[in-house]
Design a protein around this ligand. Sequence first.
Ligand SMILES: [Zn+2]
Length: 635
Amino acid sequence: MIDPLYAPLYVNSHMHFELAKKDPQGNCTTGILHHYDENTQWKQSSLYNYKYSTVGTYNWSPSRYLNVYVVAAILGDIQDGVQIGGYTYKPGTAPNVGSDAVVLSIGLLLDPSTRGLSHEIGHWFGLSHTFDGNGGFRTPQNTNNTPPYNVGFKCGNDDISDTPKTPGFLSICPNYATLLDSCDIGKRPNMHNIMDYASCPMMFTQGQTDKMRSSAESSTANRNYLVDTANLVFTGILKQTVVSINPVTGDTTFSYAHAPTVICSPIADFYANRAKSCQGQTVIYNSTSYNNTTGLSYSWQFEGGAPATSTLTTPSVVYSVPGNYSTTLTITNSSGSSTKVRSPFITTSWHVDQMSYPAMEGFESTSSLFPVGWNVINKDYGSLTWEPANYGALGSSRCMLLPNANNTGIVLSGGNVDILETNQYNFSNTSNITVSFDYSYARKPGTPADEVFKFEYSTDCGGTWISMPATPDASTLALSGGTVSAPYVPFSDSKWKTKLYPALALTGLNNRPDVKFRFWFQNDAAATAQNLYIDNLNITGTVGLDELGNTIGLSIYPNPTSGSSVLEFTSPVNAKIAITVFDVMGRVVEESASEVLAGNLNKYNINKNGALKPGIYFVSLNLNNQKITKKLIID
Ligand SMILES: [Zn+2]
């Protein structure tokens, strides 16, 4: 129940919202689009989000539609110590056309105690928080309603005459009858106001209603277009009917009625749990089709995949040959059918050969832009991304450059993400792995330190990424070059630093057959980051445990073999042993366990029955929990 002090101010704002029935091309729509996008964490500062979304407001004009983006999370946007769950812009304040929309986290949308959508739309029509200005939230620490509870926090006010000054409530809803005057003498806080943060939003006042309605009639940010009759016809809300045509003047008279609900055709779309896979890894697809999903049947085609087709909603597919493959989904129901092709959607990588160490990449080759197998991922699709540069660490000729400062003046370049991804490394049978790279970076004077650097690894061919332990952040990188105004160039070796990941920190990479690394950089929101240089990605490792192997005289012969082989060794101690044979995909194809006595020569047959197909295998001997792995080739 609304506080009786404010109940008389409660009014029906008579602002009626409807989902659009026609999209900008005039197609039938339910007004709700489902769109798969890996970029589902929409910080307000990342104006790129609207561009990433291919169904975004760049396509649906905010002069015709109120666009509401429901996203997985809005992480990192802290306001007054609170993680915000939604944001928008008041009329005329959006920094670009696309962002003149409401963004809500799914959590806020689903929480009925917030009325988050009403709150954001209130802002979109010009309302401030009731605690705005000098306001601060009444935090849980000062919610106890014992005098002098209003000491120590500030009073805020909006520009609405009938809402009182208030410090605002945060996520609570005390009994209004117990509230003391807050900031206006004789007035309790209007905590039931939707523009407060209290958990019992119920009302807009007459003053707020007047403000919203005048915004809707104002040309500021074209809000008045939205309620214009022609636009209501354009968006399918009103149905226009010809009443008469004047035979003399040709003038047409129309009548308008609320358009009836139309059953739309379905629209196909889909995603998968990964867009990059290792050979043999399972990819799980899921339909995100929308617009009409009643009684859908599914027809999938997976180029290069097994199965090659499916009629399931969430099929699992395996790709056994490396390559780039398209995926097609056709959906059908009684209202129609729709096809979506993503080409290529899936990139499958093959296990690469065992490495020899050290593996060194100094970017010196001029035969191609990037080393073989390396990739650049230009997340913002802009002109700025990684490129070779003619400066190198330790007097060498070349390195990799992310030319942030050489590309000023690019519209919306703030917050862009550019990724330099390595080829695949095979650390099978390898331990003692160390990784190092050289870097040089600087910072312009007076710029915010909010750009982000990451160095990450993937053990599933790029499907998922994990931060390398103790990677320097951008501020640490910038210590190498210091503060520089002009576009930064590392003119001397002293400007280069080396980051070394010692073997102890990288035991998680031991014996992993498919490892990729990537340099990940996000410019700060104002696009003021300096040039970043990377050179000499060096990797060392030890193949096998030769020491133990030598001690016990381990050998496999013949190798290569066309049939069976013998594994032979002499243990210096009584030991429990296990022998396991893996194929290149890590599947166990043979195994046995037994005990051996000190000093005996032990022989075991591998592929005794000749059942193993030609290929590369790894024979692993576990001797009292010490493991030695040898490669066996059957041809
Ligand atoms: Zn708000």
